[in-house]
Write a new protein. Structure first.
Length: 350
């Protein structure tokens, strides 16, 4: 996400020279303060924690000196953004850009400057990838923040997908039968690599998905909000055929007034789809959420998911609460001519 607003400007801020500089772990508190100011201003339904900010900067595929930029106004951060790329090597390469602008400094061009740098840096990263694969720069935004969406479109982004956050109260149990020959077991660290490979295979036919390498997978699992102790695996014989990786975000409670258990990732081997395994995994997760004192279950879904997941979740009692928009720019590979002459290819912005 990148956030800016047009039409209002402070003459004092306009006269300032804002330098884009990299940030590091010493800046976590300032970044967190900026993010929380932005989240409060736009009334977004979550509260990012300090730990989440630190973990994002520690992403093994993020190089803060190269992939972050910020603008300082004295000791206070006025803007901050990142460029994130987990190398794929297959199907496609995607780079995500996201950032925040201080709500009190909207309309001063900080968002435009930051987004221009992000697109340039994202393009540099993509130029290092296999040119036979499609290349994309992507961003996600809450669908009610028109100002940010307008900014993205000015830089050439197009809306390509819609995602929904769905919610279900935990006051009524969900009964789902486990298919014959299948058992739902607790998540186990010893299965971690098998589950990574299963996740990569399960999501291979999902829009925009790319595989996670072992380093990225372990970083995900080690996150402070991840709850492997509330996560489950479907096995047939000794083989994992499905999983749900769950999470809890305690900081959100001050904003939502709920205690949500999140089904962060749910995958089923394609040969086992349509047999009720996803429903069984969700049912087991919801029971664990109840035992943990949570009041609601949450999950996110691509509205055009090829597995029909959105319909399944509705039948299981989930309803749509919020929507986000996925936007992208496709970056064409350099032609031999443009490489030889130093050109940047047909699509430039951002």
């Amino acid at each position: 996400m990148l956030h800016d607003r047009f039409g209002r400007a402070s003459d004092t801020v306009q006269r300032m020279e804002h330098e884009l500089v990299a940030v590091g772990l010493d800046d976590v508190a300032a970044i967190h303060d900026l993010i929380r100011r932005w989240e409060s201003h736009w009334e977004v339904p979550l509260a990012t924690s300090v730990d989440e900010v630190a973990e994002d900067l520690a992403d093994p595929h993020l190089h803060p000196a190269l992939d972050t930029r910020a603008v300082w106004a004295g000791r206070r951060l006025a803007a901050f953004g990142t460029v994130r790329h987990t190398p794929s090597g297959e199907r496609l390469e995607r780079v995500f850009v996201g950032g925040y602008v201080d709500p009190e400094m909207r309309g001063n061009g900080l968002g435009r400057r930051l987004l221009a740098w992000q697109i340039e840096r994202a393009t540099e990263k993509l130029r290092e990838c296999d040119p036979s694969l499609p290349w994309f720069i992507r961003t996600h935004e809450w669908d009610w923040i028109d100002d940010a969406l307008h900014l993205h479109r000015r830089f050439g982004f197009e809306t390509v997908r819609w995602f929904e956050d769905m919610i279900r109260a935990l006051d009524a149990p969900l009964e789902a039968q486990v298919p014959d020959g299948v058992e739902i077991v607790d998540w186990s660290e010893s299965q971690s690599e098998d589950l990574r490979l299963l996740a990569n295979a399960a999501f291979a036919d999902h829009w925009g998905s790319t595989p996670r390498d072992a380093t990225a997978w372990e970083h995900l699992l080690s996150g402070s909000t991840m709850r492997p102790d509330l996560s489950f695996v479907a096995v047939a014989g000794e083989r994992a055929i499905g999983f749900t990786l769950n999470a809890h975000f305690p900081a959100d409670e001050e904003v939502t007034g709920r205690r949500d258990g999140w089904i962060m990732s749910l995958g089923v081997d394609r040969d086992w789809r349509g047999k009720g395994i996803a429903s069984a995994l969700i049912s087991r997760s919801l029971a664990a959420f109840v035992d943990s004192g949570f009041t609601h279950a949450m999950l996110g879904v691509d509205t055009d998911n090829p597995t029909g997941a959105a319909g399944l979740y509705s039948r299981l009692g989930f309803r749509t609460l919020h929507r986000t928009v996925a936007e992208e720019i496709e970056v064409p590979a350099l032609s031999p001519w443009s490489e030889a002459t130093g050109g940047r290819g047909p699509h430039e912005v951002g």
